[in-house]
Write a protein that binds this ligand. Structure first.
Ligand SMILES: Nc1ncnc2c1ncn2[C@@H]1O[C@H](COP(=O)(O)OP(=O)(O)OP(=O)(O)O)[C@@H](O)[C@H]1O
Length: 352
């Protein structure tokens, strides 16, 4: 998918969006603070709003051009949107909701097999049920299914996962990536959650004040924001449960065993760990109360605000820690040094 936008839109002087960018890829994120113009951008792409002037090209096809007098209506753009609120037809069943767009799509354009989509989204058991009797996460899966079945050339998701709890969010993220890859549907995912952007996209447009400020990777964005973020850089650890021991859960993380307070009995989990909760020692610390002591190699350091980020290699895994500039100087932390990372069992948060 390639999108080119060179547009301006003013809400009567209250807010101006003025932006020009070209982005190519299948899993694109739009990240920005509340009020930065993300939803406005989405509405312009979908045709729900018309720019004051400019041009929008999708895969070379003109969706809007003030110069050529082109403004394709939304239904001719073949772009589906999923909002935060699933916006289903309340009087229809799951199946009728799912098939709404599908039936309106000309038979020759239908390339998605309904059965396999229903199975990917794990909606098999719900088809006859009225959507009023579904949980929030189930409704959101139906909304995604309906959007995908409309066979769009592009799927737009505007804060589609914001209202869900972490467990459901991860489940849906998993479905979404599979569905997008399996059916070849590119998406643009809009969020103010860096975590969601990191889990779902591989490149990001950063928005601020009605402008696209730049294009980067989710990883780079997370590193750049580490110093100014209240929560630092959030490491995401894919772990496998080994056993329970003395009130703690023991997980396998790469080649390491880690001790975690907030575990559960699921065999797999994703754990969050803030860069702020990792304490670095240049020599082996004796007698520490923290349950996790990991021997690591410093791979790189990077500035982020008034902090220094430290990229650590721990077996085959990577961790990002942060220290203040003074500490980085005092400890002479630099690439290829060996350090010990000390982490309390209570510092991990379970996402799933
Ligand atoms: N119809 C409108 N008329 C006037 N101002 C508007 C209108 N719609 C949005 N705005 C303003 O435009 C700015 C951008 O709004 P937009 O919804 O695009 O931001 P956003 O980045 O999606 O925010 P959020 O993350 O809070 O949804 C905001 O200041 C908003 O108040």
């Amino acid at each position: 998918m390639e999108l080119h936008m060179e547009v301006s839109k003013s809400y009567g002087g209250a807010f101006d969006l003025k932006t020009g960018f070209r982005v190519a890829g299948e899993q694109i994120g739009v990240f920005g603070a509340s009020g930065s113009g993300k939803s406005t951008l989405v509405s312009l792409i979908a045709g729900l709003l018309a720019p004051d002037e400019g041009e929008i090209l999708l895969d070379g096809d003109c969706l809007f051009s003030s110069e050529r007098g082109i403004n394709l209506p939304p239904q001719e753009r073949r772009i589906a949107i999923v909002f935060q609120d699933s916006c289903l037809f309340p009087h229809l069943t799951v199946e009728a909701n799912l098939l709404y767009g599908y039936r309106r799509c000309p038979a020759r354009q239908r390339r998605i097999d309904v059965k396999s989509l229903v199975s990917v989204l794990k909606l098999d058991g719900f088809l006859d049920r009225c959507v009023n009797r579904l949980s929030g996460g189930e409704k959101q899966r139906v909304a995604l299914g309906r959007a995908i079945l409309s066979n769009p050339r592009l799927l737009l998701m505007d804060e589609s996962l914001s209202a869900l709890d972490d467990g459901l969010k991860l489940q849906i993220i998993h479905y979404l990536k599979r569905a997008s890859e399996k059916f070849g549907i590119p998406y643009i995912f809009i969020s103010h959650s860096l975590l969601e952007i990191r889990l779902l996209t591989d490149q990001v447009l950063a928005m601020g004040g009605g402008r696209v400020l730049g294009q980067t990777t989710p990883e780079q964005l997370a590193r750049d924001r580490m110093g100014q973020s209240q929560v630092g850089y959030i490491n995401l650890l894919q772990v496998e449960k080994l056993r329970k021991m003395g009130g703690l859960y023991v997980y396998r993380w790469g080649m390491e065993e880690i001790f975690v307070s907030a575990g559960n009995d699921e065999p797999m989990a994703v754990l969050e760990l803030s860069s702020r909760d990792i304490i670095l020692f240049t020599r082996h610390p004796e007698a520490v109360s923290a349950r996790n002591l990991l021997k690591c190699t410093v791979m790189d350091t990077f500035p982020s605000g008034n902090k220094v980020g430290v990229e650590l290699r721990c077996g085959h895994e990577t961790l990002i820690a942060e220290v203040v500039v003074q500490a980085a100087d005092d400890l002479a932390i630099q690439a290829r040094n060996e350090v010990y990372a000390v982490i309390k069992a209570s510092s991990f948060r379970r996402l799933s």
